[in-house]
Design a protein around this ligand. Structure first.
Ligand SMILES: [Zn+2]
Length: 163
């Protein structure tokens, strides 16, 4: 027989109906869901995510084997492409800057590859010129394994040229 319990849960110490307000505590290493009154019998379980105000999003895949994921990266010659596209249209850096509502100095720096443009700026340029400035790059993550060559870094970026 299958019992569907749903939201109904009882305090694991006194047995009272929790009505969805259970508190997770640790009693001698065991996690128990209890009512607020029984909270005092153990130490409250604090989730590390909500603890600090400054949230850091760390995405970590728990896979023991080699992992390949694709990441969008700016193409190497993004600055040349932007300059080319701009000059093709006969625009000055100032004009381009105005079209994407950025500063002329930013365009200058981007075209000189002094800075890497923000994803937001990249998106605006891609849209304006109708081009792609990003490429999908496979990132091979090698977990530290004794069977592998220890000199290999943790992350090896394999650049794939599509064209
Ligand atoms: Zn209780």
């Amino acid at each position: 027989m299958n019992l569907l319990i749903g939201d109904r849960m009882n305090c694991e110490i006194c047995g009272k109906d929790l009505k969805g307000s259970g508190v997770k505590i640790i009693v001698e290493g065991t996690e128990l869901t209890v009512c607020p009154a029984c909270k005092k019998y153990g130490s409250e379980k604090v989730s590390t995510a909500s603890q600090s105000g400054a949230k850091r999003v760390v995405i970590k895949k728990k896979k023991p084997s080699t992992d390949i994921e694709f990441k969008d990266e700016l193409v190497d010659n993004y600055n040349q492409i932007i300059r080319q596209e701009r000059e093709k249209r006969g625009w000055s850096q100032e004009q381009l800057a105005k079209k994407i509502q950025e500063k002329e100095s930013l365009i200058k720096k981007i075209e000189n590859a002094e800075i890497t443009p923000d994803p937001e700026v990249v998106a605006k340029l891609e849209k304006l010129f109708g081009i792609k400035l990003k490429e999908s790059v496979p990132v091979v993550k090698l977990e530290k394994k004794s069977s592998m060559t220890p000199t290999l870094g943790d992350i090896v970026v394999v650049k794939k040229k599509e064209k």
